[in-house]
Structures are given as C-alpha cells and as structure tokens.
Design a protein around this ligand. Structure first.
Ligand code: NAD
Length: 329
C-alpha cells in the first residue's frame, strides 16, 4: 500500500524504512494540517504522529483523496476527531503499547534530575563552580509517590518506585489489584503525595485535571511530573503554584501548546509563547521536548506495529489496533 508519512524525522525514517515490507512509504517532513492533507494524494493510508491534526477537515480531505486508514505512530489519539472518522468511514489505528518502559524510565530520569538538581549541578561544574549551595536534594526512599493513571506506563513507574522503597499511591477508575499499590480518590492522592506523576490519557475528563484547585490540595513543595499530555495540566495555574512555592519541582515532557514548538529546532528564533518562556525561567523546572518515547526499543516497536496495522488493513480491511469510534467500547 502507498503510505504518506507525515511529520517525518530522521529517526522515524531510520526505523520505518527497514520495517516497511511491501509498502511504499512516502516520507513528508511537514506536519499534517488541513493545508497539507492534500499531500496524501495517491496514498491508501496516512501515517501521523502526536502533533498532527487528524481533524474533521483533514479527514474530509482524506476521504476525497481515497485515503482509507490513518495509522498513528502513537498510543494517544487525542488529536483525532473520531466522530468525523466514523462518519467518513476512515479507520484509525494506533500503537497501543510500544515499550511503556521508555516513558516510565524518562519519568524517573526527570524525578531524579529534579530531586538532586542535576541540570544545575552540571551547568555549575562546567563553569568551574563546585559550590553545593542551593543543591540540597531529598531521598526518594520512604517518600509517597502518587501515580494518576496506572495503565501500562503508570504501572511501570509504580514498579520502579516500589524498587526505590517509596510508598506508591495511585488513582485510576480501573484499579490494577496486581500492582501492590494503594488506590485513593483523586483528592486524597493529592493530599498525601510528595511526588505526583501523570500517566492518564488526555480526555474531556482529564483536561486541566491539575488546575489551581488541585494544586491548592497538594502538599506544599510537591514535585509534579507530566510525561502524558500537556493539556492535563493548566499551565498558568502551575506557574502560579511555582511562584508561591506550592510546587517545589516541575518536570514536563509535554506542554499544552507544544505543537508550534516541540520536535523543531527553534534555537535561532524568539519564543513567542510567553507562558512557555516563563516556565523556562524557574530553577526548579525541567522541560524536555516530548522525548520520553525516544528509545531504540520504542521506535523499533512503533515501526513494527505501524506496519503491522497497515498490512492487516490491506489484507482484511481491519487494522490490528483500531481505535474504537466514540460510544463503542
Ligand atoms: P494506558 O491506556 O495503558 O493507561 C492509561 C490509564 O489511565 C488507564 O489505566 C486508565 O484507566 C487511566 N485513566 C483514564 N482516565 C483516568 C482518570 N480520569 N484518572 C486517572 N486515571 C485515568 O495508557 P499508557 O500506555 O499507560 O499511556 C498513558 C498516556 O501516556 C497516553 O495516553 C499518552 O498520552 C502518554 N504517552 C506519552 C508519551 C511521551 O513520549 N511523552 C509516550 C507514550 C504515551
């Protein structure tokens, strides 16, 4: 099948090309938007990533071009208008699990980097400054870690944190009894956790779940980590929390308005997003540009499952991992 691959980076090509099999992959660097959807002309499938817009307008264009499948290279599908896809008869496939450990381990990297002030220490030592003033950390052993969403990634984080000797608290409408962690209501978890880490999907229910009211309930000086989706957090509320000291450390791999920033080299440009720019001024904030998935293991799995989705769709009319339309379990 001919496949138009949007938002291609060198690492996508590196892993997709060897996995492609009989499919002809057309690598496009542009992001998928209503203006670029036409570039899928002649393709039976489009392949998209997290900041591609699989909106009603894009799907309508795909319909007119004969594109019958959108194969997402991601687990999350909050960027897809599922109702429009259903109406237009376009199948949406995703990669439900591609090394949850990749994201879980990046989450830990952020926790440890913040907890022990590693970015500040590294900068100092490079400058010949070996002073320890301002680098006081705290042990993870014995701390309470609150995990919001204990699916594949949250469960992997839970297992790692248990290994560190932490008390692991969790909140999830679908508790996992095998994990050996204590499930609490959302507000109870906020009250009891020294570190809160978000691993639920972005849905209408979780949009701005971490807002001013939620921050007001947290322990003063809490560490907040978001490697899930930016819009789960209300960023201006978090900035207010950092300014007041309510939030002691913040680690973000995702940002609500990341689509215009992340995955691109913007180093010779002025950042026009004042909210994002403010985040970068805090000494206790660590931001990475949506890289938690970026491991050899995860990219290998993403490429294999994406191609398997396309092959199954071509052979049977059903992808292996189709996203159910709204209202269908
Ligand atoms: P998953 O589907 O296995 O788990 C999600 C869990 O969240 C489920 O157990 C679900 O019951 C729970 N949940 C749903 N609504 C909730 C709510 N209101 N409160 C608490 N829990 C709730 O998904 P996963 O593979 O663990 O991935 C989680 C998220 O991580 C994805 O949706 C995606 O947005 C994000 N992600 C980020 C990266 C990255 O590179 N930063 C990579 C992969 C996934």
């Amino acid at each position: 099948m001919d496949v138009a691959v949007f938002s291609t980076k060198s690492y996508d090509r590196q892993f997709l090309e060897p996995a492609a099999g009989p499919h002809a992959l057309r690598f496009l660097e542009v992001r998928l938007t209503p203006a670029t959807a036409v570039l899928a002309r002649g393709a039976g499938a489009a392949c998209a990533f997290v900041n591609d817009q699989v909106s009603a307008a894009v799907l309508a264009e795909f319909k007119s071009l004969g594109v019958r499948l959108v194969a997402l290279r991601s687990a999350g599908f909050n960027n897809v208008d599922l109702a429009a896809a259903k109406r237009l008869g376009i199948a949406i496939a995703r990669v439900p699990a591609y090394s949850p450990d990749a994201v879980a381990e990046h989450t830990l990297a952020m926790i440890l980097a913040l907890n022990r002030n590693i970015p500040r220490a590294w900068l100092r030592v490079r400058e010949g400054n070996f002073s320890l003033e301002g680098l006081l950390g705290f042990n993870l052993h014995g701390r309470s870690v609150g995990i919001i969403g204990t699916g594949q990634i949250g469960a992997a984080v839970a297992r790692i944190m248990l290994g560190f000797g932490c008390t692991v608290l969790a909140h999830d409408p679908m508790p996992d009894a095998t994990l050996g962690v204590r499930y609490l209501g959302f507000e109870e978890l906020l009250l009891a956790s020294d570190i809160i880490t978000l691993h639920c999907p972005l849905t209408p229910q979780t949009h701005h779940m971490i807002d001013a009211a939620a921050i007001a309930r947290m322990k003063r000086g809490v560490m907040l980590i978001n490697t899930s989706r930016g819009a789960i957090v209300d960023t201006p509320a978090v900035i207010a929390g950092l300014k007041s000291g309510a939030i002691g450390h913040l680690g973000l791999d995702v940002y609500e308005e990341e689509a215009g920033l992340f995955f691109e080299d913007m180093s010779d440009q002025v950042i026009s997003d004042d909210v994002f720019a403010r985040l970068l001024t805090f000494p206790n904030v660590l931001v990475t540009g949506h890289q938690a998935f970026l491991t050899v293991e995860a990219l290998t799995a993403i490429a294999q499952t994406t191609i398997a989705n396309i092959s199954a769709f071509e052979a049977t009319g059903r992808a292996l991992h189709e996203v159910a339309p709204p209202g269908v379990a």
